[in-house]
Design a protein around this ligand. Structure first.
Ligand code: C2E
Ligand code: CA
Ligand code: CA
Length: 269
């Protein structure tokens, strides 16, 4: 086994991978309606590592399924207080062909759907193209039968065959960051964003904009009618305890402003 594979194996054993959660914002009231689960590695020698530095290798060396398995367990344990109060809270996780090709992973996802009612799987377009593989097709059929929803991640950047949209129970299109970054420029990407949102609406899908960083982008996405926003303009990915605290705080603020409106209303009557 190579050094890096050995390190990944050890990291799984020692529980060095952990979850951060980035809020999904309901565009209509700007409240948190869910979160994407993102992985980090607290490496004993190198410190905090971003997923881009270890996920591709974990996929290639066959460790990703075990890592996602730990991730789901942690996710359920950590988000339970939110899920008890709001079972509709959307929880999206990133999965790849490795998961779909593994019967145990598919069973596990179905098991967690029972615990996290609005569990959504984010898959990139290349995974859907692999859908020509019989086993992947069958996995999607099982997951769908269990009521699990699919989001297409990084939409617009991958293989551009759209036939799968009609064949799979896709519910969300996540427009890639590069299209959001193009807002306010007159690059081709800004037109592609309009096309993506138009397509999504035509197909009765829900659009998620990722990488939302500025108020100008928010305003433009609101004009386009994009339903869900995600990005640093709202929040960075954060640990579960911060997310729970943040949700409590915003709930309190909403209640206070409703109370305030009631008082103002009474006074002016
Ligand atoms: P992704 O699935 O497209 O995840 C979104 C990435 O965009 C995250 O990076 C997030 O922190 C970042 N991001 C969020 N808001 C903004 C913003 O406003 N501006 C910019 N520039 N970036 C923003 P992160 O956490 O470093 O993840 C990178 C990629 O690693 C993910 O891209 C995903 O492909 C993969 N990944 C992350 N966590 C997991 C995981 O648990 N499992 C698997 N299989 N892949 C994961
Ligand atoms: Ca994602
Ligand atoms: Ca993405």
């Amino acid at each position: 086994m190579s050094d890096s594979a050995h390190l990944l194996k050890k990291a799984i054993k020692h529980g060095e991978f952990f979850n951060l959660y980035q809020p999904l914002i309901n565009a209509s009231d700007k409240q948190i309606m869910g979160a994407e689960v993102l992985m980090r590695w607290q490496h004993p020698a190198e410190g905090l590592k971003n997923p881009i530095t270890f996920i591709p290798e974990a996929e290639e060396k066959g460790f990703i399924n075990k890592m996602t398995s730990q991730q789901l367990k942690n996710c359920y344990d950590e988000l339970r207080p939110i899920l008890i109060q709001n079972p509709d809270f959307i929880v999206t996780i990133n999965i790849s062909s490795n998961h779909l090709l593994d019967a145990k992973s598919v069973r596990e996802l179905i098991h967690y759907k029972g615990l996290i009612p609005n569990l959504v799987l984010e898959v990139t377009e290349d995974v859907l193209v692999d859908g020509n593989d019989d086993r992947i097709q069958k996995a999607f059929i099982k997951l769908t039968a269990a009521g699990i929803d699919i989001a297409i991640d990084d939409f617009g950047t991958g293989y551009c065959g759209l036939h799968y949209l009609g064949q799979l129970p896709v519910k969300y299109l996540k427009a890639d960051k590069c299209f959001i970054a193009s807002i306010g420029t007159d690059s081709i990407n800004s037109h592609v964003l309009e096309m993506i949102v138009g397509l999504s609406k035509k197909l009765n899908l829900i659009t998620i904009a990722e990488g939302v960083e500025t108020p100008q982008q928010v305003a433009h996405l609101d004009i386009l009618g994009v339903e869900i926003h995600q990005g640093w303009h709202y929040n960075r990915a954060m640990p579960a305890n911060e997310l729970i605290h943040y949700i409590e705080l915003t709930k309190q603020q909403v209640t206070e402003s409703e109370e305030h409106l009631k008082v103002v209303g009474t006074v002016s009557e």
